[in-house]
Design a binder for this molecule. Structure first.
Ligand code: DGL
Length: 209
């Protein structure tokens, strides 16, 4: 499992529960975190370096438990290595499909939202123009510093959401593996029936297959 920091640990947790009895290795690139606000080429070189190290441990599968790293390097990784590489991308498709008439808000890092891979995904599935985006890079830092207290996170999110009409959203997609740690906070800021979703389960299901 690979991520820039602690985000992917929740995905690893899901894997250990759903696919027990295997040896797991977790690599957090804490030397270079955050990825989401750095130039693409720099981030790509960090990812390739980490993958070289993990490959030297004779891994059987690589899970890129990071939406940003997936959007930057998944193609290069799949081309370069023979083992399967499982990536993560914001769960825009299921969000659009389940969303009877309400809007979808995708929260991710600036780099993920800017990337062609993400733009193409949205272009493909967002036929009715219901998808909006919000970059929340500071949440990555808050998670790394274990800052989960309401008196920091709620005002931060409220301020970021100032120009969004929160009542319009039927689904919020947490498109960065650091964000599900704040699911409870998102839940407080949206209607009770707004779904707050992330890609951990789907990723582990793919890993299992
Ligand atoms: N955890 C990463 C993701 O899923 C990004 C964190 C970072 O900016 O380094 O996108």
């Amino acid at each position: 499992f690979f991520d820039s920091g602690i985000g992917g640990i929740a995905v690893l947790g899901e894997a250990v529960r759903m696919i027990p009895g295997h040896d797991y290795v977790y690599y957090a690139d804490t030397l270079h975190i955050p990825y989401g606000t750095k130039p693409k080429e720099d981030v790509k070189s960090y990812i390739l370096e980490a993958a070289e190290f993990l490959t030297s441990l004779q891994i059987e599968v690589l899970v890129v438990a990071c939406n940003t790293a997936t959007s930057i390097a998944i193609r290069d990784l799949r081309r370069k290595y023979r083992y399967p590489v499982v990536g993560m991308e914001p769960a825009v498709k299921p969000a659009v499909e389940r969303n009877n008439g309400k809007r979808v808000l995708v929260a991710a890092t600036p780099l993920t939202l800017r990337e062609e891979k993400f733009q193409n995904l949205v272009e493909k599935v967002d036929r009715d123009n219901v998808v909006d985006f919000i970059p929340l890079p500071e949440l990555v830092g808050f998670a790394e510093e274990f800052k989960f207290e309401d008196d920091i996170i709620i005002p931060y999110l409220e301020n970021k959401l100032l120009h969004y009409d929160r009542a319009e959203y039927g689904t919020v997609v947490l498109g960065c593996t650091h964000f599900p740690y704040f699911k409870r906070h998102f839940g407080k800021l949206f209607d009770n029936d707004t779904a707050i979703i992330d890609g951990s389960r789907g990723t582990v299901r793919r890993l299992k297959n």
